[in-house]
Ligand binder design. Structure first.
Ligand SMILES: C[S@@+](CC[C@H](N)C(=O)[O-])C[C@H]1O[C@@H](n2cnc3c(N)ncnc32)[C@H](O)[C@@H]1O
Length: 238
């Protein structure tokens, strides 16, 4: 079983970079921001997008082992630092669009430039979830075959935005009924994941099935996560 390797720097004052080994290549992700880029991250919940969450590691590993990316147009939702999207780019995906809320996109662009500038197939775009925004996004950006979503459902930080996330997924699969969504989630207290899955079943044209369930063997300080689950979400007709 192949696996990406995340290497954190020795933490002195504040973590500045994360190195991710992907087979014989590596991504060197900087967390350094300009002053004007930094301020918005300390407003609301945007800080959570400046970490690589375990759900992103799990989905990167799933994709590394199970998916032939070469023919695929890949979209990442709520990407944070965009590691799974960049991994897909390194592994040769035909096209990768890494999306986030506006305040996090500059950091993703910096890291694309630092790591995979030679891959014109990888870009970062703003996409805040919801039916209307996603319809405009698809009109501009076209169709996607594979959508990645990691740790994007957590009510204590993002409230019921899982509803908007489900609607975004619905629009993407209505535009391309062959589209496959791989969504990894981390189970924590009152996370809202069951509500998200019920909403998918009752209020969208999608269906979800669990692919893998990985119990967490190690937990950091204040880490209440118990298990990572990966779901495959597709149009009902698939
Ligand atoms: C816990 S972080 C996960 C980041 C990354 N996917 C990972 O697993 O490392 C959740 C991400 O969802 C994004 N997010 C939350 N609500 C969103 C919304 N309404 N539209 C787009 N992105 C959103 C946040 O900006 C944040 O980066």
């Amino acid at each position: 079983m192949k696996s990406i390797v995340i290497k954190h720097e020795d933490i002195k004052v504040c973590e500045e970079r994360i190195v991710v080994d992907v087979e014989d290549k590596s991504l060197d992700i900087t967390l350094l921001l300009d002053e004007h880029e930094l301020a918005p991250l300390f407003c609301g919940a945007a800080w959570a997008g400046t970490l690589v969450w375990e759900a992103a590691v799990a989905l990167s590993n799933y994709v590394l082992n199970e998916v032939d990316l070469k023919p695929l147009r890949v979209l990442e939702l709520g990407a944070g630092l965009g590691v799974p999207g960049m991994v897909a780019g390194l592994l040769g995906a035909k096209r990768v669009v890494i999306t986030e809320q506006p305040e996090l996109v500059p950091l993703i662009r910096t890291n694309i430039r630092r790591n995979i500038a030679s891959l014109s197939s990888v870009e970062a775009k703003i996409l805040s979830w919801g039916r209307e925004a996603t319809t405009s996004f698809c009109d501009e950006m076209g169709l996607f075959d594979l959508v990645l979503s990691c740790d994007c459902v957590y009510e204590p930080l993002y409230g019921e935005s899982w509803r908007d996330l489900a609607q975004t997924m619905d629009v993407l699969c209505q535009h391309n009924p062959n589209c496959k969504i791989l969504a990894s989630v981390e189970r924590r207290h009152a996370d809202g994941i069951n509500k998200f899955l019920s909403y998918i079943a009752t209020d969208t044209t999608l269906k979800a099935r669990q692919l893998i369930r990985i119990p967490k063997t190690e937990r950091g300080l204040c880490d209440e996560g118990e298990v990572i689950e990966v779901y495959c979400i597709t149009h009902n007709s698939m």
